[in-house]
Design a protein around this ligand. Structure first.
Ligand code: ADP
Length: 258
């Protein structure tokens, strides 16, 4: 569904992504990892149509840069850090924002019966229907995470780009988010491309891993193979597997608590 060929991106004179090529199929969860500043978020933003690029990024055969914003939003949703919104919107209103991207005219078009049905369905899916009128400012981190996930689902995209929150959300919430995304990714025509900071999270959910180093793909392949490759240790500058063993214990205990 997604194909990148020789994609490069620059901020002013600084070339941040260099000749990136890979593709993504339906029902895959692919994960991008790499040290801070290697270009992970830039890559997601380019795919989301938020940054100019050279080379080619095709989504179902259409070049991202040529698609209208609204058409792109019907195919690709970008789910980034959850602290982006702190207005006094209710849960329901926040999730409805995902539908506005489908609107036929203007920024805030009238909401139709179909939109209401979709918002109800996704709110029930994430178990927030009963609380739909609560302002989002009163929610816990885990509930807020589910609201933003519901908003993303309400957009009815085919591809979700996930920039994993770095703000130390409880591991339990991260796990829950990934489990919901995993279920979603198995439905027809869906796929997830995510940036993960925690390698254990990547290991548990991704079928394939792309390792970025200074804007280039250093390694790409099946999760198990990438995680055992020495390149990983070289790129991160630490003994990754050893480090992971330590952080894996955190996961195991948080899974037991969940
Ligand atoms: P990562 O997500 O892997 O941490 P980013 O994609 O955020 O990396 O950033 C890659 C590089 O681009 C870094 O050197 C960063 O400082 C730089 N960069 C990111 N955003 C901007 C920007 N808006 N303007 C200029 N440089 C930027």
């Amino acid at each position: 569904m997604l194909e990148l060929k020789d994609v490069s991106c620059s901020y002013d004179q600084l070339r941040v992504l260099k000749d990136i090529s890979f593709s993504l199929k339906e029902n895959e969860i692919v994960c991008i990892i790499g040290p801070n500043g290697c270009g992970k978020t830039t890559l997601l933003k380019a795919i989301a149509g938020l940054l100019p690029y050279t080379g080619s990024i095709k989504f179902h055969g259409s070049e991202i840069q040529d698609l209208k914003r609204k058409d792109l939003a019907k195919g690709i949703a970008f789910m980034s850090q959850i602290s982006e919104m702190y207005f006094e919107y209710s849960i329901y209103e926040t999730v409805m924002l995902g539908r506005y991207l489908h609107g036929k005219k203007g920024l805030l078009p009238a909401v139709g019966k179909e939109d209401e049905k979709i918002v109800e369905r996704v709110l029930r899916d994430v178990e927030l229907w009963q609380e739909k009128d609560k302002p989002i400012t009163q929610l816990s981190g885990g509930q807020l995470q589910r609201v933003f996930l519901a908003r993303t689902f309400a957009q009815e995209p085919k591809l979700i780009l996930l920039d994993e929150p770095t703000n130390h959300l409880d591991l339990k919430y991260q796990l829950e988010l990934m489990q919901r995304l995993e279920k979603w990714s198995k439905e027809k025509g869906h796929a997830v491309l995510g940036v993960f900071h925690d390698l254990n999270l990547a290991m548990q959910f991704a079928e394939r891993i792309i390792l970025l180093d200074q804007g280039e793909i250093a390694l790409e392949g099946e999760t198990q193979r990438v995680l055992q490759d020495q390149t990983l240790t070289k790129v991160f500058g630490v003994d990754v597997l050893n480090y992971m063993q330590g952080s894996l214990n955190k996961w195991v205990s948080s899974k037991e608590r969940a």
